[in-house]
Design a protein around this ligand. Structure first.
Ligand SMILES: [Zn+2]
Length: 342
């Protein structure tokens, strides 16, 4: 009996020891894959992941203007955040510059390019709207050029330039880029137009300006070349990016945005039957860019209605519906704007 008990006891202790050894070995030994990785790391000191690239400096690259029609040039934004697409339209007597970028350096590059492309012409600068990355360098043009806005844009600038400047410096630009706003003092325009449209004769080339009132911003306008059916749309249209619904109180409040009018404005732009749309940001394209944006706004409203309120779950669902679109950070302000003011 005792022997039997002893034998059982021995067997139990042996099983316990075996389990402890196996468990200990399993815990101590790295898996085969990890061993291979460790060996590789010893042989190659390179880190397993590459460091994230620094956010590109939002400076206009004026080296490669693309000629979209005779005398109609676009400086592509290269999809760099806070760099706009810039237009240069050359007439016999004058050259029109559409947007000049953010900061003194970008505006100087654009002005020098306009002089190169249109030597001896009078220079006119217009800005699609008063947001900093489109025109907060305009003072560079002041001595030589005529600055031409719509009245609402002038008023928006007078009312909000300081707030936008401070807000961009504090929360939009990373610290390493804030110097781009040093010395910026947005100048008032030399001339404005009232009402919804105006034309400018550059000499053998008529350019139209159209505005519908507050949409993406209080002073949005498009520049239309009616013969070529080219539209410079500013931030009313972005390409393969979530549109910037800039609801960032207190810097930009709901009163400076009107999404319903934005949608009717897009429909009106489409009724102009543009052949080429130059968006505020992103690649050039045809009417499909504006159609895609209209579809997005419709879907955004429907998804918000179905969800009941904004939130991370809704944002993730919207993002998943548009997997190739950039700037997903603009989904949240759009849903917040719509739930509060839309
Ligand atoms: Zn804008």
């Amino acid at each position: 009996m005792e022997a039997s008990q002893s034998s059982d006891d021995f067997g139990a202790r042996r099983r316990l020891l075996k389990a402890a050894l196996l468990g200990g070995l399993a815990a101590a030994a790295p898996p085969v894959g990890a061993m291979a990785q460790d060996r590789n790391q010893r042989q190659d000191p390179a880190p397993a992941t590459l460091p994230a690239p620094a956010r590109p400096m939002p400076v206009v690259d004026a080296r490669f203007p693309a000629e979209m029609a005779p005398g109609v040039f676009v400086l592509p934004d290269k999809r760099i955040p806070l760099v706009p697409n810039i237009g240069i339209v050359v007439g016999r007597d004058s050259v029109l510059v559409v947007d000049c970028g953010l900061g003194i350096g970008s505006a100087e590059e654009v002005l020098a390019l306009a002089r190169r492309l249109a030597p001896g012409r009078r220079i006119v600068l217009t800005v699609t709207h008063a947001h900093p990355e489109h025109g907060f360098g305009a003072q560079v043009f002041k001595p030589d050029a005529r600055i031409y806005y719509n009245a609402a844009q002038r008023d928006h600038l007078l009312r909000s330039a300081r707030t936008l400047l401070d807000g961009f410096r504090a929360v939009v630009l990373p610290p390493a880029q804030r110097h781009l706003l040093d010395g910026i003092a947005p100048p008032p325009p030399d001339q404005t137009y009232d009402g919804s449209r105006a034309t400018l004769d550059l000499g053998g080339r008529i350019v139209e300006f159209r505005t519908w009132g507050t949409a993406h911003s209080p002073g949005d306008q498009i520049v239309l070349l009616p013969e070529e059916r080219i539209v410079f749309a500013g931030d009313l249209i972005e390409e393969r990016m979530f549109p910037i619904v800039p609801f960032f109180p207190p810097m930009i409040g709901a009163g400076d945005i009107d999404l319903a009018r934005w949608e009717t404005t897009l429909a009106d732009i489409l009724s102009l039957q543009p052949r080429l749309i130059v968006p505020g940001h992103g690649n050039l394209g045809g009417p499909e860019i504006a159609e895609g944006l209209l579809g997005y706004f419709r879907e955004l409203r429907a998804m918000l209605r179905a969800a009941g309120q904004p939130g991370p779950g809704l944002e993730a669902s919207i993002r998943a519906r548009y997997p190739t679109w950039e700037n997903a950070e603009y989904i949240a302000p759009a849903t917040r704007y719509l739930s509060q003011a839309g």
